[in-house]
Write a protein that binds this ligand. Structure first.
Ligand SMILES: [Zn+2]
Length: 480
């Protein structure tokens, strides 16, 4: 009987602790802020983006398919579209289509870098309802075209904002660089060359802003307000080949295990024994920020991860998807190859898995984990070319972060600004070498439909969003 009372007392006190922590897990009080209007020639800003979209700056892994003239056309348009920038800023071109503008500020010790890329992914023209490079604006005020979101939007936002501010006689407090690559979509070296240039010249940026999260809705359980997601880091990426070689032979008299059977066993083991969950760094920051704005049940979970961490681990493992991707290194088997004929056992068979590496893993540690899990020496593991380690994690409690967060709140009043972990790759990962204030935020409020157009068919964006991107950069640059 006494034991029962003790157990009940423990459960009751646990419940009390959980409820107290939930009650205390509240968002910080939001201060009312005076927001100054930003005036600029917004129609001209939209026209400039249309001009950029009309350049077919498609990058391909096979460079023979690329049209250099289209890249040159875009670069040739810059003095026309952004005359003040081209007059006031120094400009250098670095190998692999990198463009770097420098706008000299009053001081030089804490420079900022505004990044973007001007190449786009290919289109499947037959599947588009509007011409992908026509930059048509329809009757509903929507601009259609490849790259209008990813990310000529921010390219134009940065340069149009700077152009406007220069025309108003503004001079930044600190140097500002505009750094653009023309091969981001194919992991080109443009951004690497720019970072090398910064390093050689002893320049350590105090703030770097590149594409990444955006202002989005319905992305976090129980949160109804729009959220501005600012990436503090991005996951790494690697393709890992699993291969097995045997003598092969005829399928009429097989050995008990064929190469494909051995690989299948390895595949099942890897899928079953997932990578470890990490509730730390950007994922923890995100839970701590957005969890406070969530509904009661989720608030209870996120306020008490010491108690519910196991449940979260289990749920995310079972459901996969975005929440799981946020919490651990993921493995997706994507390719398989074996024999050319249905009645021949292949002498060599292989599976390929695409891994997205959590910031707490590396290419090497991930291979080690897989080797342990597979636990079969006949399975050879080979890291395929272009493996990328996770980026460094930027700080979220510093003046540079505050500057970005404040600018977001001024441009999208009422949203919640939250750190997050980007699961895709961007050029900004290279900047981890020279700055720990690298923020991944695409200055746009995007609907689910607009997000679906990125790298897909019918990429489109509302004209009002094009204007807000410029507004964001006018506000941000004014603070630099
Ligand atoms: Zn992009």
């Amino acid at each position: 009987m006494i034991v029962l009372y003790i157990v009940l007392a423990i459960i009751a006190s646990l419940l009390v602790v959980i409820l107290i922590r939930t009650a205390m897990f509240k968002p910080p009080v939001e201060s009312e802020r005076e927001i100054e209007d930003v005036e600029f020639d917004s129609d001209n800003a939209v026209r400039a983006l249309q001009e950029l979209v009309r350049c077919r700056t498609i990058s391909y892994y096979d460079s023979a398919l690329e049209d250099d003239a289209e890249f040159d056309k875009l670069i040739g348009l810059l003095p026309e579209l952004y005359p003040e920038v081209c007059r006031e800023c120094s400009f250098i071109r670095l190998p692999d289509r990198a463009l770097l503008f420098k706008w000299e500020g009053i001081r030089h010790d804490e420079p900022s870098v505004m990044m973007s890329h001007y190449d786009v992914v290919p289109v499947d023209e037959a599947k588009w309802t509007k011409p992908p490079f026509g930059a048509v604006i329809d009757d509903n005020g929507v601009l259609w075209g490849r790259g209008c979101v990813d990310t000529k939007l921010t390219f134009n936002g940065i340069l149009f904002a700077a152009n406007h501010l220069i025309s108003q006689g503004f001079r930044p407090n600190q140097d500002i660089y505009f750094a653009f690559s023309g091969g981001e979509e194919i992991n080109g070296l443009g951004a690497v060359n720019i970072v090398d240039w910064f390093e050689t010249n002893g320049i350590t940026p105090d703030l770097v802003v590149d594409e990444g999260g955006a202002v989005v809705e319905n992305v976090f359980p129980g949160v109804t307000r729009p959220c501005a997601l600012v990436g503090l880091a991005e996951k790494g990426m690697m393709n890992l080949e699993f291969s097995v070689s045997t003598e092969g032979g005829h399928s009429s008299s097989p050995k008990p295990h064929t190469p494909i059977g051995i690989l299948s066993k390895a595949c099942c083991r890897v899928e079953k024994k997932t990578f470890r969950m990490h509730i730390s760094g950007p994922a923890a920051d995100m839970f701590d920020t957005l969890g406070r704005h969530s509904s009661f049940v989720y608030r209870m979970i996120f306020a008490n991860l010491w108690c519910f961490g196991g449940v979260l681990n289990l749920l995310s493992k079972k459901s996969g998807g975005e929440m799981n991707a946020l919490l651990r290194t993921t493995v997706a088997f994507t390719q398989a190859s074996g024999s050319q004929a249905p009645n021949v056992i292949p002498p060599t068979a292989s599976f390929v898995a695409n891994l997205r590496l959590n910031p707490y893993d590396t290419v090497d540690s991930a291979v080690e984990h897989i080797r342990r899990v597979v636990n079969d020496d006949s399975v050879n593991l080979t890291v395929m070319p272009m493996a990328i380690n996770p980026s460094a994690i930027s700080e979220a409690e510093c003046p540079a972060w505050d500057m970005v967060a404040t600018t977001i709140l001024e441009t999208w009043p009422g949203c919640i600004v939250s750190p997050y972990l980007m699961v895709a790759c961007s050029d900004s990962r290279h900047y981890g070498r020279i700055s720990n204030h690298v923020y991944r935020f695409s200055a746009a409020d995007l609907t689910a439909d607009e997000r679906a157009g990125i790298h897909g068919n019918d990429e489109h964006i509302r004209v009002e969003v094009i204007k807000r991107a410029v507004e964001f950069y006018i506000r941000l640059i004014s603070k630099c």
